[in-house]
Ligand binder design. Structure first.
Ligand SMILES: Cc1cc2nc3c(=O)[nH]c(=O)nc-3n(C[C@H](O)[C@H](O)[C@H](O)COP(=O)(O)O)c2cc1C
Length: 182
């Protein structure tokens, strides 16, 4: 019998470890839900075809309310490639079986979630252009490493230690649900 195991790609950038923790929680959840998962940094995903997967999860910290540069560079390169292949179409029709999940870690010190949503929406826009169905846009409050005041004096209050093990457990469960829904 031919295996019909569905597959997922997780591409994430992380400088101080928060987004990496979320990426691994998502990986654990997707695998628990029966998916075969590849996990890559943006620099490792240059030759990877997003259309080769049932689900692509893309994650970045919010850096000056945008995705981190390695992620933007990757997504721009993919947009240019897919455009040259005629895959970017007017009205961005949705492709059956092509799904995306966006996740963004942020500290929200100055303006709360408002300084994270532009980063998430930017990543989402690429996948909408690619014709993927967006299954979620997850924003995860996370410690600002190396600056105590940025983790205690901001709009989100005391965010030291975030994301916590409990929060990562919830992310894992939610990812498992997504895997089962595919
Ligand atoms: C240079 C820099 C800029 C940042 N800009 C923002 C921002 O605009 N909005 C925000 O909520 N957090 C901002 N942060 C906090 C990070 O998004 C947050 O700590 C994130 O979880 C770090 O992810 P990482 O550990 O995966 O690198 C910034 C952090 C740095 C170092």
């Amino acid at each position: 019998m031919v295996s019909s195991l569905k597959s997922a790609l997780i591409v994430y950038h992380s400088s101080t470890g928060n987004t990496q923790k979320v990426a691994y929680a998502i990986k654990d959840g997707l695998e628990a839900g029966g998916l075969q998962v590849d996990l890559k940094k943006p620099q490792e995903a240059v030759e990877v075809d997003f259309y080769g997967y049932d689900l692509v999860c893309v994650g970045s910290p919010s850096i000056e309310w945008q995705p981190a540069k390695p992620m933007v560079d990757l997504l721009k390169a993919k947009l240019n490639l897919y455009r040259s292949q005629g895959k970017i179409k007017p009205c961005a029709p949705k492709l059956a079986g092509k799904n995306a999940l966006v996740f963004c870690t942020y500290s929200g010190t100055h303006t709360g979630i408002d300084e994270a949503t532009p980063a998430g929406k930017t990543m989402r826009q690429y996948f909408e252009h690619f014709g993927f169905n967006i299954l979620g846009e997850w924003y995860v409050p996370s410690e600002f490493h190396g600056r105590e005041d940025m983790s205690t004096q901001g709009r989100l209050g005391d965010i030291k230690g975030k994301p916590t093990a409990d929060e990562l457990g919830k992310i894992k469960k939610d990812a498992q649900q997504i895997a089962k829904s595919l």
